[in-house]
Design a protein around this ligand. Structure first.
Ligand SMILES: [Zn+2]
Length: 161
């Protein structure tokens, strides 16, 4: 569905997901130490063999749209749950696992260390990340949805730069 953007005035087609390539703790490791302290793949990140992160998707309903707005984020996992996911990447039978949000999305305020649960979906699908229901703007967005205008504003903020 074509949409005339309230943010930039142009016509847009489908809303893209936005994503984060690395969890926030990645950036706390000095640049010259990352190579030997961090193991990073498209779906997992391990720091010092003691901090474990996985990539998942926060789905935000968009008012009046069928498709959700996806935020590709990182969450922490405790070691045994991380290991279980790595051994069973295509299983929908594991979890849900408690996790802390490890991506910063300033469009929704301060989001690092929000409580979440990771739900595992099986083959070729990233885990779905469910925010703890609170008054936090990101949790409210997941529960109540956001306007298409707001979604595009966020896309421009994160993708176009
Ligand atoms: Zn636009």
């Amino acid at each position: 569905m074509s949409y005339q953007c309230a943010c930039c005035g142009q016509m847009h087609d489908s809303l893209p997901d936005i994503g984060f390539a690395k969890p926030e703790p990645f950036f706390t490791v000095p640049k010259d130490e990352r190579e030997y302290r961090i193991k990073l793949t498209a779906d997992t990140c391990v720091i010092d063999n003691e901090e474990f992160f996985i990539r998942g998707l926060i789905e935000i309903p968009v008012h009046g749209q069928d498709a959700t707005f996806g935020l590709g984020v990182w969450v922490s996992q405790k070691e045994e749950n991380f290991a279980n996911y790595v051994m069973n990447p295509d299983s929908a039978e594991i979890g849900p696992y408690f996790s802390w949000l490890c991506s910063d999305i300033p469009a929704f305020g301060s989001t690092v260390n929000l409580k979440t649960r990771a739900h595992f979906n099986g083959i070729n699908l990233r885990p779905t990340i469910e925010l703890e229901p609170t008054e936090h703007p990101l949790s409210v967005a997941q529960n109540e949805g956001i306007s298409i205008e707001h979604a595009w504003e966020i896309v421009h903020k994160y993708i176009d730069k």
